[in-house]
Write a protein that binds this ligand. Structure first.
Ligand code: MRU
Length: 350
């Protein structure tokens, strides 16, 4: 019997609760939120992370802010809700799902501007709940499409955490793995530790172990060696933003893995929902890349091992050019050798 999947985000007592992913796997604790500013800080500080999960959190941030302001005069309600949108939009720059979710919430608000704040707040909360449920459905669809690409005993390398913790449930890259396991395949996972925030070591390894899916942890620098020894069959990662031409922004280190996969003739798959595709971005060159605090590279949490004051670069994401992507796995199907035409055909299909 496999273990239950975690609830990364949940609605309890009129508040949003999110697992504090900074302290996993040592502790499994929820933080509680009742405002847009609070949720924005939760996203910025990475209590919640992973593109689809950030999108869902932002939707709840808007809904919480609207209910907090529901007794205000409509003009004050509008001005303050607008400020809530702005706070959420400034939390993290790279994952487009955040902006996608805010745009969807804004669309709902705009469709009922004349309504009373209380009605607007109720409708926005309904939308946030719908987005959370949809995300799980989408991930399951993606999982079905992706599972068909994996051989019976595939050894799958993944980078970062694109699992239940990065989504409303099931996951994108790990969703493909979960679906393949559910379909009876004997999949094993090799998890890159994913410096500097250690999403692979702390989150992917933990998620897989919770469910009894065989997982082996490696440091990021070991992937090439294992590929050269024939110990990896396929790579699957998630994405934070996919440009119109198929370039993929994902966790720092993904590009390195994609180059290695090409060198060793291994398929490199990117599993992501349609909401991760940003047609406004012609190529990966325009995607904003978050630079995080130098302390994350000098050490981890309270510990620092580098010489104090050493210069540091800490880009949190990189760009994998479309030519290195074997296929995109989406809820609408698989796009082999993604390029502008194939992505646009996918988006116009239903
Ligand atoms: O900085 P993070 O942890 O938010 O980065 C997460 C990733 O890069 C994931 O691979 C991506 O969001 C896809 S999650 C389904």
């Amino acid at each position: 019997m496999r273990g239950m999947q975690v609830e990364t985000l949940r609605w309890r007592n009129q508040k949003l609760e999110m697992i504090d992913q900074r302290v996993l796997p040592a502790s499994l604790v929820y933080q509680s939120y009742d405002s847009a500013a609070g949720v924005a800080e939760g996203i910025r500080s990475m209590v919640v992370r992973g593109a689809p999960a950030i999108g869902c959190a932002a939707a709840y941030g808007v809904a919480l802010e609207a209910s907090r302001l529901a007794n205000d005069h409509p003009d004050i309600f509008s001005a303050k809700l607008e400020a809530g949108f702005a706070a959420l939009a400034h939390s993290r720059p790279t994952a487009v799902n955040l902006f996608w979710a805010l745009a969807r919430m804004r669309g709902v608000w705009e469709s009922m501007r004349a309504a009373a704040p209380r009605q607007i707040a109720a409708r926005l909360l309904h939308e946030a709940h719908a987005m959370l449920e949809e995300d799980v459905r989408i991930n399951r669809k993606m999982g079905e499409h992706g599972a068909a690409l994996l051989s019976q005993e595939a050894r799958v390398l993944t980078h970062c955490n694109a699992g239940a913790l990065a989504t409303a449930g099931h996951g994108t890259a790990l969703g493909v793995i979960r679906s393949a396991v559910e379909a009876g395949k004997r999949i094993s996972v090799i998890a890159d530790e994913t410096r500097p925030f250690l999403q692979g070591a702390r989150l992917t390894a933990w998620e897989m172990m919770q469910e009894g899916i065989p997982v082996t942890l490696i440091t990021d620098g070991m992937a090439g060696f294992l590929m050269s020894r024939g110990e990896i069959d396929v790579v699957i990662v998630g994405a934070d933003r996919i440009a119109a031409n198929g370039d993929v922004a994902n966790k720092i280190g993904t590009y390195m893995v994609a180059v290695l996969a090409q060198r060793h003739g291994l398929p490199f798959y990117v599993a992501a929902p349609i909401s991760t595709i940003d047609l406004a971005m012609a190529s990966g060159a325009g995607i904003p890349i978050e630079e995080r605090d130098a302390a994350e590279v000098r050490g981890f949490q309270e510990r620092s091992w580098a010489p104090p004051g050493v210069a540091v670069r800490n880009p949190a994401f990189d760009i994998t050019p479309a030519e290195l992507v074997t296929a995109l796995i989406t809820e609408r199907g698989v796009v082999h050798a993604p390029n502008r035409e194939r992505i646009s055909a996918l988006l116009s299909s239903s």
